[in-house]
Design a protein around this ligand. Structure first.
Ligand code: NAP
Length: 249
C-alpha cells in the first residue's frame, strides 16, 4: 500500500460512484463510503477481483459524526487521501408549492452539507501533502430548470458554487471541479418512479438528447478520472458536463 495513493469515493456503493471507484481502483487504493453498506462491499469485491485494494465504510455523508468516524477510519487504517470523489446523492421529486420541509432538508443535507463535510474530511490530508484534487457531483440541473425538481436543482447549484469556493480557497495546489452529468442510467432514475414510469422515462429522456441515448456510469467515471488526474492540471473551479448534449452553454 505504501506507494499507492488513496482516494475517497462517496456514493461508491452504486451507479456513478461505483464506476468511479472501480476505475480509480486500477490506480489507487479506494475508500468506498456509502450509506448502502452492501453496495459498498460489492464495489470493494469488484475492485479486489480486478487486483486492486479497497475498503468499504458505511457512512452517512449528511451526519457530521458519521463523516468523522469515516475520517478516523481512513487516518488509522489506510493513510492520507490525495483525491476525493464526492458523489453520494438521492433524488426526491417535488414541486415548489408542495415540497415537504423534511424532503427539502434531506436533499440539502445529503447533497450540500454532505459535500462540505466530505471535503472538510479530505482537504487536510491534501493541504499537508501540498497537492490534491476533488471532484464533486453536481448536475446539468445546476444550470437548467425543469419542473418538479426544485430541491434537487437548488442542491446541485449549491454544490457547483461550493466547488468554486473550494477551488479558490485551496488554489494553487489543490484543484476542485464539479461534474454536471445529464441523464445517466443508474438506480437513482428508478427512485420515485414505478417500473412502468421508469421504462417510459428512459424513452422520453433519450428522445430529448442530441446523442439519442442515456449515458452510462462508466462514461461519467472517465471524465472524473480525467479531472482527478494531472492531465487536468490547468482546470479548477469548472463544471464539466458529460451530458449527451442535453445542455450546451
Ligand atoms: P445511485 O446509483 O443511487 O448512487 C447514489 C449512492 O449514494 C447510493 O449508493 C446511495 O445509497 C448513496 N447515498 C444516498 N444517501 C447517502 C448518504 N446520506 N450518505 C452516503 N451515501 C448515500 O445514483 P447515481 O445516479 O449514481 O448518483 C450519484 C450522484 O450523481 C448523485 O449525487 C446524483 O445526484 C448525481 N447525478 C446523477 C445523474 C443521473 O442521471 N444518474 C445525473 C446527474 C447527477 P442508497 O442506495 O442507500 O440510496
Amino acid at each position: 500500500m505504501a506507494d499507492r495513493e488513496n482516494i475517497l469515493v462517496t456514493g461508491g456503493g452504486s451507479g456513478i460512484g461505483r464506476a468511479v471507484a472501480i476505475r480509480m481502483g486500477k490506480q489507487m487504493t479506494v475508500i468506498v463510503a456509502d450509506l448502502n453498506e452492501d453496495g459498498a462491499n460489492e464495489t470493494v469485491a469488484e475492485i479486489e477481483k480486478a487486483g486492486g485494494a479497497a475498503y468499504a465504510i458505511k457512512t452517512d455523508v449528511s451526519d457530521s459524526a458519521s463523516v468523522r468516524d469515516m475520517k478516523d477510519f481512513i487516518a488509522k487504517d489506510i493513510g492520507p487521501v490525495s483525491k476525493a470523489f464526492i458523489g453520494a446523492g438521492i433524488f426526491i421529486r417535488g414541486v415548489v408549492g408542495q415540497i415537504p420541509e423534511e424532503d427539502w432538508d434531506r436533499m440539502i443535507d445529503i447533497h450540500v452539507k454532505g459535500t462540505l463535510l466530505c471535503a472538510q474530511a479530505a482537504l487536510p490530508d491534501m493541504v499537508a501533502a501540498g497537492r490534491g484534487a476533488i471532484v464533486t457531483m453536481s448536475s446539468d440541473f445546476a444550470v437548467m430548470a425543469v419542473p418538479g425538481a426544485a430541491a434537487y436543482m437548488a442542491a446541485k447549484s449549491a454544490i457547483y458554487s461550493l466547488t468554486k469556493v473550494i477551488a479558490l480557497e485551496f488554489a494553487p495546489n489543490i484543484r476542485a471541479n464539479a461534474l454536471g452529468p445529464g441523464p445517466i442510467d443508474t438506480p437513482i432514475l428508478k427512485s420515485n418512479r414505478t417500473p412502468e414510469e421508469y421504462e417510459k422515462a428512459l424513452g422520453t429522456l433519450a428522445e430529448g438528447l442530441p446523442i439519442g441515448r442515456l449515458g452510462q456510469s462508466e462514461e461519467v467515471a472517465a471524465v472524473a478520472d480525467f479531472l482527478l488526474s494531472d492531465r487536468a492540471s490547468y482546470m479548477t473551479g469548472q463544471i464539466v458536463h458529460p451530458n449527451g448534449g442535453q445542455l450546451m452553454w
